[in-house]
Design a protein around this ligand. Structure first.
Ligand code: SF4
Length: 245
């Protein structure tokens, strides 16, 4: 199959819909792979012509935790993988300190999938063109918590102009990719590499991630009390009703 966009046509970005949550994990993974190929061929904005490799993201497609950074840097552009330089090593180290692993416990992506030349700031039209891919990823992965890394991703996803210094470490409820999620703004690891105080604060905020995930998993769990309070489903089989009796 030739993925959409392979001949220079703008690819069709399918936004998540209510039916996404009804899909099996296998179906969601298949859709994610299809999206991966679509991003690899994407020319929706001028960055498609200057990048070396698109950087789709990597990790566990069923993870409860997602990290979202700004855009690929030089090394990411070369390898086609997110957070592979020094900042990525620090991210892995901080995850390790809380007993987590990027491939097992998280999915890591960026707002932009192609590198802006010279690591310049992303332009509004590039963000508009690329954002549907991120939203579709969120809709397919179904994370409970999205940790935004740095000022840029934080302002974009929270929809607030408040800087990262004031937003860091404060979970916020939002709707993204058609689903409710908790955004958790964090300093960018690259900033922590430059400033020891920032590293200290980033480490403090990472230490809260396991408890935040546990809380959100508990909230996401269907409550037995809620099932009883809702009363018996008239369409339910009799043996199911007996379980509530
Ligand atoms: S940045 Fe996004 S929209 Fe632009 S070419 Fe890359 S994948 Fe496509």
């Amino acid at each position: 199959m030739v993925p959409a966009g392979a001949h220079g046509k703008p690819p069709v970005v399918r936004l998540p819909c209510a039916c996404v949550t009804d899909r099996t994990p296998e179906e969601r993974r298949e859709e994610l792979v299809r999206l991966y190929h679509e991003v690899g061929d994407c020319r929706r904005c001028p960055l498609g012509a200057t990048r070396t490799k698109a950087v789709f993201g990597m990790g566990n497609a069923d993870a409860d935790l997602m990290f979202v950074g700004e855009a690929p840097g030089a090394e990411e552009d070369r390898q086609g993988k997110p957070f592979v330089g020094r900042a990525g090593k620090l991210l892995d180290q901080l995850l390790g300190e809380i007993g987590m692993d990027r491939m097992r416990d998280a999915f890591i992506a960026n707002v932009l999938k192609s590198r802006p030349p010279g690591n310049r700031d992303p332009q509004p039209e590039e963000i508009d063109a690329c954002r549907p891919y991120l939203e579709t990823q969120i809709g397919l992965i179904e994370p409970l918590v999205i940790a935004t890394l740095g000022n840029f991703a934080t302002k974009l996803l929270t929809g607030s102009q408040v800087g990262i210094t004031r937003q860091r470490g404060r979970p916020q409820e939002r709707e993204l990719g058609g689903r409710p999620v908790v955004l958790y703004p964090l300093f960018h690891p690259a900033a922590a590499l430059r400033t020891p105080k920032v590293l200290e604060q980033l480490r403090e905020d990472f230490a809260t991630i396991p408890a935040l995930l546990a809380r959100e998993r508990e909230r996401a769990r269907p409550s037995a009390l809620a099932v009883v309070a809702a009363g018996p489903d008239p369409a339910a089989e009799p043996d199911q009703l007996e379980l509530l009796g």
